[in-house]
Write a protein that binds this ligand. Structure first.
Ligand code: ARG
Length: 400
């Protein structure tokens, strides 16, 4: 008796997920492996991936184009929440996992599979995200995780695959571990494991080298409606096209690179390099528009929500009652976050240089230092008397 009869496996086309196919069948007695490759705008040709799964022993090889859902249902809510893990990482990989989990669970239902599987190892965050998201969507389905259990080295994995006709990687495989989708690339391992080593230029593909960035600044105007990015330079653009175009514009100026030591959920510190050109600038612009349109107490309170939200997404709790509740708060907060933000891109910098909104609560008559000033200066005196009262009393008491 195998661990499951029919399994839907998350498939990328790499050696590890390919080896999962014969491994599930020959070591764990699975009768049928259906693979599912998700197109999340990573820009790879997926037809060869589809064929490779069949050659590696899959009975059915599915390709799901989920890019539009990825941007609308995962990236945009995260932008509304200004989600940055540890204040830097805009969660480009973390946001993809719950969507892939959903595709797996849906396919399992459609094809009558009794288990789903993924090729994550036991050291990362992604295994947590998959396992928890799958459990949230279908608490009864089994999750098989061959790569977490097989204990094979890279060489052993390749040798195992060769026994079943899975070609070893032709070119000397890159020293990096890379995850990518439309929102960005995450790069780790190889020389990056030394936190003192500067990332070699060849790790980057979405962002130009600083030395190659144009000598002239470029301005881009991003329009938001209720916190959702809807236009570029005054033209309405569909979500996927907007992110795609903005990746190009921003990446050309070498903006969107992140090099950080991050705290994984499994307790390990890791050095990760990211390039998330569009996503980083969208969050920067969105946050700025909030500063123009929201009241101070709402902004300050929301910052705490954002911190919780980011950690929750990072830690694999996308499908959770807490995110549902936080999302309701965030959505409500966005009702007037409509307007435009002008960003200047220049030599690795993105600088907000202008913002406007029909809901702006910035008042020029109150803010001005000129003659048009309508602020009642005398009112400040009484306010400060009351505001400073506890401090004054405290100081007086301390003197006695
Ligand atoms: N550290 C990131 C995260 O946990 C990315 C993980 C995948 N990174 C990679 N280079 N394969 O979301």
């Amino acid at each position: 008796m195998g661990r499951a009869k029919k399994v839907v496996l998350a498939y990328s086309g790499g050696v590890d997920t390919s080896v999962c196919i014969p491994y599930l069948m020959h070591e764990w007695g699975v009768e049928e492996v259906i693979t599912l490759a998700a197109d999340l705008g990573q820009g790879d040709e997926l037809e060869p991936v589809r064929e490779k799964a069949l050659k590696s022993g899959a009975s059915i090889s599915l390709v799901a184009d989920a890019t539009a859902d990825f941007v609308k249902d995962y990236a945009f809510p995260a932008i509304q929440a200004n989600a940055l893990y540890e204040n830097q990482y805009p969660l480009s990989t973390a946001l993809a996992r719950p969507l892939i989990a959903k595709l797996l669970v849906d396919a399992a239902a459609e094809y009558g599979a009794d288990a789903v599987a993924h090729g994550c190892t036991g050291k990362g965050n992604d295994q947590v995200r998959f396992d928890v998201a799958i459990a949230a969507l279908n608490p009864d389905i089994k999750v098989l995780t061959p790569a977490r259990e097989w204990g094979m080295s890279r060489e052993e994995t390749i040798a195992y695959g060769e026994r079943f006709g899975i070609e070893s990687p032709v070119k000397k495989s890159s020293p990096y571990s890379i995850d990518k989708n439309l929102l960005g690339r995450a790069i780790e391992a190889g020389p990056l494991e030394d936190p003192w080593t500067e990332p070699p230029e060849d790790v980057y593909t979405m962002t130009a080298a600083l030395a190659d960035a144009p000598d002239q600044p470029e301005y881009v105007e991003i329009g938001f409606e209720q916190g959702i990015p809807v236009s570029l330079n005054g033209k309405t653009v569909e979500p996927v096209a907007l992110v795609t175009a903005l990746n190009q514009i921003v990446g050309a100026h070498s903006v969107g690179r992140i090099d950080m030591i991050e705290n994984r959920l499994v307790g390990i510190k890791s050095r990760e390099v990211y390039e998330t050109p569009a996503l980083s600038v969208l969050i920067q612009a969105h946050r700025d528009l909030e500063s123009l349109t929201l009241t101070p107490d709402l902004i300050h309170y929301k910052r705490g929500i954002e911190e919780t939200y980011s950690r929750l997404v990072y830690n694999g709790l996308w499908y959770s009652p807490l995110r549902d509740a936080l999302d309701a708060f965030v959505k409500k907060s966005q009702e007037r976050v409509t307007g435009a933000v002008r960003v200047k891109l220049f030599k690795g910098n993105s600088i907000v240089v202008g913002r406007k909104s029909a809901y702006s609560i910035y008042s020029p008559e109150l803010a001005t230092y000129g003659a048009e000033d309508t602020f009642d200066h005398k009112a400040a005196e009484g306010f400060i008397y009351v505001w400073g009262m506890p401090t004054r009393v405290w100081a007086q008491t301390g003197r006695q």
